[in-house]
Design a binder for this molecule. Structure first.
Ligand code: BES
Ligand code: MN
Ligand code: ZN
Length: 512
């Protein structure tokens, strides 16, 4: 996929498909953008005629297709409705463009969307977001079917703008890289658990640092079982003890700033299959537990994108990876383990495994003296109960980081909602046998109790925990990876860039 900026006059663009925007007007009327009006003038009002004939009103996601308009060089014109102009937000922009891109069969398109700007966001944001969304939703899924449908994919896309702007041209490339990172994470998420094993995760992460095109400054270290034992990562060892596969601990680092610059550390839960262990899960929908490595996929993909964009920051992903399976060697409910931090944990439920491997990873994060630490995990069913599938749970006691993540969540259409932890929730983890138990003494507030467990191990820097159990993937029949919260993480890390060039929206430095 390739994106470029053009300032060519809209009616002369010799492309397969030209996309222009319209908004919902009063009643059943529609409000054309200036670009659409220019096109209408070039084709002797045929566009407005068609709009009237079809009763096109510019509602969100509404599409009108016109073929070979006289006076217009493009073969097809797509009028895309974005709903009411004044209430347009990032989420509707993304949803509308995704709807078009997912259905699109054109190999080549031009997008005239510079006037489609949600309040407070600029063309840099729009170009970046469009390139990201189009890249992500134009690609067909990698399926392991022996007979493959051959559906055409979009391979080149123009951004039609009234004038040249280097920041916008750069934003297209930034967005393309973000879209590629999202696809990379999604494809990894969707692999079946017999293929996507801990060792496969390590191998896949390693390929990012090897071969042509691998960014200099991107390095990997993979701890094997022996190294994991040496570091005393008792959480990771306990969770993996029922499986035939060995655990791995992946450290993928992008060095884009001076070595002394404190890194952003992103920890990702990498359970490649969560059967629950001895506290076995019910059979129904258990196959969905292949997605329990979604946090890991987002963390690794963030570092890949940071390297591809050559960000001027140090970013490290820490990914503990293993399977949670029952067997004669599995951890028993009641076992007491010692984590890498030295703290002991009474494992009362082996299905609360994510927090055990994350505890060790957070301890390792502290060694790196991070500027900020964020962990990402499909951690609790309780978070799905609380927030459903539209928002991820955000647990953070640092006001500035909370604000940054909430903002990045809304401008990337990958929303989060703050939830509490600590205090009474922490008290629910008291154990008679060890420093703490791995589940609460009551079934309520499971997401907050889990976050409070992690807080015991978090490094002493601004730290946030994102529970993406409900947002990282779809549940239903066609189980699909969404690579959330990667859009949020990408938006957040771009806003941290010292130059501020990539950020779009309000121009400001959010630095350390
Ligand atoms: N991976 C699951 C959480 C999960 C559940 C993700 C459903 C996506 C969909 C996690 O390891 C788990 O099993 N959590 C338990 C914790 C409980 C035993 C305290 C849960 O939420 O039921
Ligand atoms: Mn579990
Ligand atoms: Zn799990």
């Amino acid at each position: 996929m390739q994106f470029s900026l053009t300032t060519q006059s809209i009616e002369t663009l010799n492309v397969h498909t030209l996309v222009v925007a319209a908004f919902k007007g009063r009643g059943s009327a529609c409000e054309l953008t200036e670009a659409a009006q220019q096109l209408d003038a070039a084709c002797d009002k045929r566009l407005c005629e068609a709009i009237a004939d079809e009763g096109f009103a510019g509602r969100t996601g509404e599409i009108l297709v016109l073929h070979r308009l006289a006076g217009v060089a493009a073969r097809r014109v797509v009028v895309l409705g974005f709903g009411e102009r004044k209430t347009l937000d990032a989420a509707r922009f993304v949803k509308t463009l995704t709807g078009w891109a997912a259905k699109n069969r054109a190999p080549q398109a031009a997008l005239a969307l510079t006037e489609v700007l949600p309040d407070g966001l600029d063309e840099v944001w729009a170009a970046r977001t469009a390139a990201r969304v189009v890249t992500f939703s134009s690609s067909r899924p990698v399926l392991l079917k022996t007979e493959r449908e051959k559906t055409p994919e979009l391979d080149s896309c123009l951004w039609v703008a009234p004038e040249r702007n280097d920041d916008v041209a750069r934003a297209l490339e930034t967005g393309r890289i973000c879209g590629q990172a999202l696809l990379w994470a999604k494809n990894l998420q969707e692999l079946p658990p017999n293929i996507c094993t801990p060792e496969y995760m390590a191998r896949t992460a390693r390929t990012l640092t090897q071969g042509r095109g691998a960014a200099k400054g991107l390095t990997i270290e993979v701890l094997d079982r022996k190294a994991i034992e040496k570091r005393g990562m008792g959480g990771l060892l306990a969770v993996s003890s029922g499986a035939q596969t060995d655990p791995v601990f992946i450290e993928l680092a992008w060095r884009g700033a001076a070595a002394k610059d404190a890194p952003v550390v992103v920890v990702g839960k990498g359970i490649t299959f969560d059967a629950g262990g001895i506290s076995l899960k019910p059979a129904r929908n258990m196959d969905g537990m292949k997605f329990d490595m979604s946090g890991a996929a987002s963390a690794l993909a963030l570092v890949k994108a940071a390297a591809d964009m050559k960000l001027a920051q140090n970013v490290t992903a820490l990914v503990p990876c293993c399977e949670n399976l029952p067997s004669g060697s599995a951890t028993r409910p009641g076992d007491v383990i010692t984590t890498a931090s030295g703290k002991t944990v009474e494992v009362l439920n082996t299905d609360a495994e994510g927090r055990l491997i994350l505890a060790d990873a957070l301890t390792r994060a502290a060694d790196l003296n991070p500027a900020v630490c964020i962990d990402v995990a499909t951690l609790t069913g309780a978070c799905i109960t609380a927030l459903g599938s539209s928002m991820s749970g955000l647990f953070c006691e640092d006001a500035k980081l909370t604000e940054e993540l909430c903002r990045a969540g809304s401008t990337s259409a990958d929303a989060v909602w703050p939830l509490p932890m600590g205090g009474d929730y922490r008290a629910m983890l008291e154990s008679a046998a060890a420093d703490l138990a791995n589940i609460g003494n009551a079934p309520q507030a499971g997401a907050s109790v889990a976050a409070s467990f992690l807080a015991e191990f978090a490094p002493k820097c601004p730290w946030a925990h994102l529970d993406v159990a409900g947002t990282a993937n779809s549940m239903g029949f066609k189980k699909e990876g969404f690579a959330r919260p990667l859009p949020l993480l990408l938006e957040w890390i771009l806003a941290r860039e010292p130059s501020g060039k990539n950020a779009g929206g309000k121009k400001r430095r959010t630095g350390k």
